[in-house]
Design a protein around this ligand. Sequence first.
Ligand code: F6P
Length: 533
Amino acid sequence: MWNDLKTKAAAVADRRIETLFDDPDRARGFSVSALGMLFDYAKTNIDADTRAALVALLEETDLAARRDAMFSGAAINETEGRAVLHTALRNLDGDAVTVDGQDVMPGVRDTLARMEDFARAVRCGDFQGQGGAITDVINIGIGGSDLGPAMAAKALAPYHDGPRCHFVSNVDPADIADTLAACDPATTLVIVASKTFTTIETMTNARTAKAWMGQAVSDTGAQFAALSTAADKTAAFGIAPSRVFGFEDWVGGRYSMWGPIGLSLMIAIGPEAFRAFLRGGQAMDTHFRAAPWAQNMPAMLALVGLWHNQVQGHATRAVLPYDNRLARLPAYLQQLEMESNGKRVSMDGEELSFHSGPVVWGEPGTNGQHAFYQLIHQGTRVVPCEFLIAAEGHEEGLEHQHRLLIANCLAQSEALMKGRDLDEAREKVAGKFEGDELERQAKHRVFPGNRPSTTLAYPRLDPETLGKIIALYEHRVFVEGCVLGINSYDQWGVELGKELATALQPVVDGEQSADDKDGSTAQLVGYLRANGA
Ligand code: F6P
């Protein structure tokens, strides 16, 4: 099937995407409308034939059975022997979900209710710090215990009516120091978010925050909460069980913002808005489970990704939200997609004979237009672009600015597709230059075009819509992982660096010699120690 797709790709390599619009139905036929959103992939080189071959990949993969296995609690994370059930966290009014014969939904509902009680108490002032009502919440976590709530808190800023929220992740002391400097320990709640409660960055920052709070607060533990699967470790840290919100190992870190890891977000926007976010995720689940593949938004988003990366060989994918509040979405998706699908062996341990997931990167528009879009338009590499745009913003009286944003977003995908040929470029400079110089100048102004992009359009970035968007990307990762035959739910690739950092600590501290290190590492340790480390 891959060979068939590669043959198709070679056959259409020189075809201009805009010629596909000779079919008056191209746009509608190569889009998915669902849940009030529009996913338009008409500006790609996928035609009906290619789409049929791509959809056949899903049939060949037996995707429907795999999808149902995931939702039903089968241990599809085979290297860790775990179910993958973040969908249960947003299964607000769905059926029972069983793991090892046990329905997990009563526990999910109970934890959600406890989170809501706590969030309400913090927001209304029933839960107080030593100095009175909570003014600031600091979420200390990293990776999946940071990126989700940090991304969503920014995305949903217009719904933020609770205490100020801060996110500390980096072990670089600058991160925590800058945050603590802006907070009053007597009115701050610190949330330690760590699935394992062992992550060195998080535990180091948590201890620093505890020491800071101890300077002003007699019972520091009383102003700490924990989000973790490790109740024994949260207790050892001194956090009372009433402020520990647990979850199970079937929630992967990068899929965890729907449950306790979302507590800071819930405190910021309130339990009702958080439920709307969950409802959005659940709506996307229902769509993913029911819609035929060609009308299935996550499936088609995945197939477009596979076409660009594995078939056409484009190594990266740019995520370009024309929505400034989605500024952290590219970073969030970097973890979601690259930690999930950046693998080198198949589920059975065999080395992959093709590339796994692409490099994901991006920045909001219009900022990126004045930075890296030069390469996207005229560089020698093709970068498939994924635009996101809302029909309306939240800023009353500034609707004209939002329409300008929309115009920019649509103009970029149009420019990428159409480009500007040499004749048009000559016209642009005619009158300014002549002869050879005109020719030379014109060549610099040529845009090759024929560069693919997709656009996800949605009504407005409200909590429910954000839930739909995040669940859409989660299922995209699942579909791509299934087709590639890899395990999207482990992350062994992060381990080696962690082990070596632990081993290097005494060397950096000067307690051990660097002699048994390679020459480069020893030299760097020497330089850093000689200059103040
Ligand atoms: O190092 C990678 C990782 O394990 C991620 O998968 C995870 O989201 C992050 O670290 C944080 O882990 P924890 O929530 O256990 O602190």
